[in-house]
Unconditional design. Sequence first.
Length: 606
Amino acid sequence: MSSRSLSALARYSTLRIRPNPIISRRPAQLRHRLLSTLPNLPLFRALQSHDPSSLAVIHSTSSRSFTYGSLIADVVRARNELERKVGNEGGHGQLTGERVAFLAENSYDYVVTLLAILANDAIALPLAPSFPMGELQYILDNSQAKVLLSTEKYADKAREILRAGLDRKPVFDIRSKIQKGAAGESVKLESAEKPSSSGMMLYTSGTTARPKGVLIPESALAAQASSLLEAWKYSPQDRLLHLLPLHHIHGTINALVAPLMAGSCVEFMYPFNAEQVWSRLAAPFLPPENSSGKQKHPITFITAVPTVYNRLMNAFPHLTPDTQQAAKKGIAPENLRLNISGSAALPTPTKTAWTTLSNGNVLLERFGMTEVGMALSCGLDVADRVDGSVGWPLPGVEVRLVDTETEQVIQPGEELAPDGREREGEIQLRGASLFSKYWANEKATQEAFVAGDDGGTRWFKTGDVATRHTVEGAGAGRSGSWAKGPMYFIRGRKSVDIIKTGGEKVSALEVERELLSLPQISETAVIALPSEQWGQKVAAIVVLHPSAQTAGRNGKPWGAMDMRRALRDRLAAYKVPQEMKVLNSIPRNAMGKVNKKALVKDVFGV
């Protein structure tokens, strides 16, 4: 890769949004030392250990590629350029612990910018370019970001953000063209590991309240990635197809930081386009006369949300026969070694259909959230991918269930109540992978944790409710020593997905799974509506399959009565939705999640 083509990707703008204190110039000797060093931290130690000639990042559409040697050199240069611009030709350490926000497309530029911020001992705050102006202004104000960086693509948007509401602060704009370093340039780690103030700040989706800034220290980032490397076995031979936004934990840690620490190659293909994804998966297996001429490496690793897998399967029948045949090879277990689904509940029909299409590749489910990274996961062994389960605590993560009624810890062996029913408990977590606090929100931070009763550290209250039981044939340790014993099954959110009706508790996720198993329904969200008679009643919002227009009685459109008849033998009567509303689509955020509280108001006017 020529230095010219590398340089073209490195333009960015810096816009200071908080005043910088007057600082002294650093000696020339110190400046020279900084040009060739990186912090002695797990992430940079891993990057330094990789083969410098191996591929780190690829842009799938253009096939532009970047090696680990180039990446390290570019991070050093970007680190020093950022420090120089912010510090006015000086200011070593002026970014320590500061929030540095940035707008960047899914690209090599994003990777370099993220790592350069961490290398400056600062807090990286990735912003979603798709967010409306008010949301971006809120995040910048709430985080007290010191600097806003943007790639050239989003420079105008960055200035628009500042003009719209942040221009009361001192602002200056800088356009800088970083000279890219050669892959063979000598870059060393600092002589000793020092306490780090770096990390990331990611904002929650705001489904229950205004988005909160989740401060994830560098040590937690390293712990999250190390846990996944052990459980999911990333390797330098992996080629991960990156289909996710990069302002969420799923896209940043699972699909970027962890594979980079392992020496894998990350291939960006975002925004998601089903036909393009199928073409890429099929490319290595197409006949020579149908290929683009350049042989591509098979994709070995995909992690995505259930909606992505549904859209891929919906698009598959429209591919050409040759592409269909090649794509099925591309997702077969011998080529796609791992396909993961997360960030939302995986419907059983989706899991089954994908397994059939891929000739036996079973989607692996896991559980995680912004505050903790990934906490539970099914295993690599197919027997350890149990339908409806999120598996076992990942390496380094402690998990307990706290009974939602008695608030007592459900100890191993106490999973059944005296009447034989499974006890439901809130998932509580602790370990090195947890976040440190909600930024500028001490009240929320205190409310999110509960003291340990064993002299250990605090437990984080996830708000997610689960059951736990042993599954025959699973948990024998074939996926690793961590994947043993009883498995966890998510029942829903403590406040949203557990519906109390007439003294009974209903899992919204259970009802959703049954609805999605009906051929007439493409999408659904089950919610609770207030009821004078029952306290709450179950309601369903659905998107109907086109065939449902004539699937009802006497050839009429499929409706609420048809739904209740179809569920009569599948669910207890109190679980069957009493109301149903049909929409053309169900609003979701970038990670495929539904804001159920908003749906109650917007759809039912409650």
